[in-house]
Design a binder for this molecule. Structure first.
Ligand SMILES: C[S@@+](CC[C@H](N)C(=O)[O-])C[C@H]1O[C@@H](n2cnc3c(N)ncnc32)[C@H](O)[C@@H]1O
Length: 210
């Protein structure tokens, strides 16, 4: 049986997203408007999207940033563990850098980005604390994390988390709002605000202190 438990979450995640790269997947599109409105395009020009999928959000970010020819401050990067997602992203966005990689081990130098976006990807991470540590490392002081995640009420979350080890899409765990905030605060981030997009979707803004 192809359970997450037997096959491994990482392998299942890669297989699943390589398969769905051809299709529209999930609810992420519903986050975009809020995420785009939480970026200050005058000062935040170094932007990383972890688990960027086909790069659709970064395409919108690029449009919002407008003309950037010769601007050495400008850097937009998308990273995703699925090779097929990254291939699609590269085809769709010629100006943006896309990399196959694992959010748990980022190939960037310290303080490299002003904003890190991570939408609907966090619940696939086997070591989320490591991802938060990596985010802190590559984000500059005063920089922002914009995290979008599934939100379920307590009983449903408990049930779903019991079932996830026996599913095949590489979903590791659904977190409560408090668990998410605590994980980031523990690493040194400041919680700024959050917003429900739907009862089942929430976006968080967290800041690395100056
Ligand atoms: C539901 S999709 C969301 C895509 C995109 N963020 C969006 O909002 O449209 C989750 C993405 O996270 C990626 N992902 C899962 N685990 C990852 C990891 N450990 N490192 C990098 N990307 C990962 C998947 O390959 C997939 O493309």
């Amino acid at each position: 049986m192809n359970f997450n438990k037997n096959n491994g979450y990482k392998k299942n995640t890669i297989d699943f997203f390589n398969r769905v790269a051809e299709k529209k997947h999930g609810d992420s599109y519903k986050h975009y408007k809020t995420v785009l409105s939480w970026i200050d395009y005058k000062t935040e020009k170094r932007i990383l999207d972890l688990g960027c999928g086909k790069g659709e959000l970064l395409k919108e970010v690029d449009k919002m940033l407008g003309s950037h020819e010769g601007d050495i401050q400008y850097k937009i990067v998308g990273l995703d563990i699925s090779m097929n997602m990254i291939e699609k992203a590269k085809k769709n966005n010629k100006n943006i850098e896309f990399i196959v990689g694992d959010s748990q081990n980022l190939p960037f130098k310290d303080n490299d980005f002003k904003v890190i976006i991570c939408l609907n990807s966090f619940h696939h991470y086997e070591n989320p604390e490591k991802v938060v540590k990596e985010m802190y490392r590559v984000l500059e002081k005063g920089g922002n994390i914009i995290l979008g995640e599934i939100n379920l009420f307590k009983l449903l979350k408990k049930l779903v988390n019991k079932i996830l080890p026996y599913t095949t899409n590489g979903d590791v765990k659904i977190y409560s709002s408090d668990e998410i905030k605590q994980m980031f605060i523990h690493e040194g981030f400041i919680f700024v605000k959050d917003k429900f997009i739907f009862p089942s979707l929430k976006v968080y803004l967290l800041k690395k202190p100056l």
